[in-house]
Design a protein. Structure first.
Ligand code: PLP
Length: 231
């Protein structure tokens, strides 16, 4: 990393944090949402540079790519989130190497993660991915599947369901963005009345984080606006 590139990252990270803080203030939220830096397709040295600026939580989408970076960066105290689509033959690697998994969208995956989480590690933090907006979207569970997974998790001691995640269809329209986020917020509140310990709603990315904060997100996942475009 050149000095100049490190400075660019530093400015971009500060800008994203500023947007998050300003928007939270605008809507009078008491708690500023957590920032997850999405580092897919960016090299370990860039992650290390951002880590040194104080960012501790990073999200990755591809298991093989992530394992290489986790290995390269194991001298750092990073909290790793898996946020990509999950194939069942990858659950063991995820259960063994990540702190959080945000993209659990079916029972089979949840069960495997619980069975494969090593006893020596604390329970895996899990977000259930809710399919919002687009009925045809590939990933995400519907409401009844979410409820089934939540019930089943009562008997799983190696996973800890922390809340919900969603990736709505892209839209430039703030009202449309807010309507997706409001739909998942309604479900989140309903689930929280059964499971008060659920504390995380992961929604909002580079292009729609303001709308997500307006609607009360607790975690935004930002890639492009921190790291620049992906090659
Ligand atoms: C890539 C990705 C992000 C970050 O998207 P940007 O538009 O680059 O901020 C967030 N969440 C998920 C699940 C992703 O795959």
């Amino acid at each position: 990393m050149t000095q100049q590139n490190t400075e660019i990252l530093s400015v971009k990270l500060a800008e994203v944090k500023h947007r998050i803080e300003q928007t939270s203030r605008l809507y009078h939220h008491l708690i500023v949402p957590k920032l997850l830096a999405v580092s897919k397709k960016h090299p370990a040295e860039k992650i290390e540079a951002i880590y040194k600026l104080g960012q501790k939580e990073f999200g990755e989408n591809y298991v093989q790519e992530a394992l290489e970076k986790i290995q390269q960066l194991n001298h750092l105290d990073i909290i790793w989130h898996f946020i990509g689509p999950i194939q069942s033959n990858k659950t063991r690697a995820i259960a063994e190497n990540f702190d959080w998994v945000q993209s659990v969208d079916r029972m089979k995956i949840l069960t495997r993660l619980n069975n494969q989480r090593p006893e020596s590690l604390s329970p895996l933090n899990v977000l259930l991915q809710y399919k919002v907006g687009d009925e045809n979207s590939k990933s995400g569970a519907c409401q009844s599947e979410i409820l089934d997974m939540l019930d089943a998790a009562n008997n799983m001691i190696h996973v800890n369901i922390r809340g919900l995640m969603c990736i709505p269809p892209p839209s430039n329209n703030r009202q449309v963005q807010c309507s997706y986020f409001s739909e998942i917020m309604t479900l989140f509140k309903q689930l929280k009345s059964k499971k008060p310990l659920m504390d995380t709603l992961s929604m909002g990315m580079s292009a729609d984080l303001e709308a997500a904060i307006e609607m009360g997100t607790t975690m935004v996942r930002v890639g492009t606006d921190i790291f620049g475009s992906r090659c």
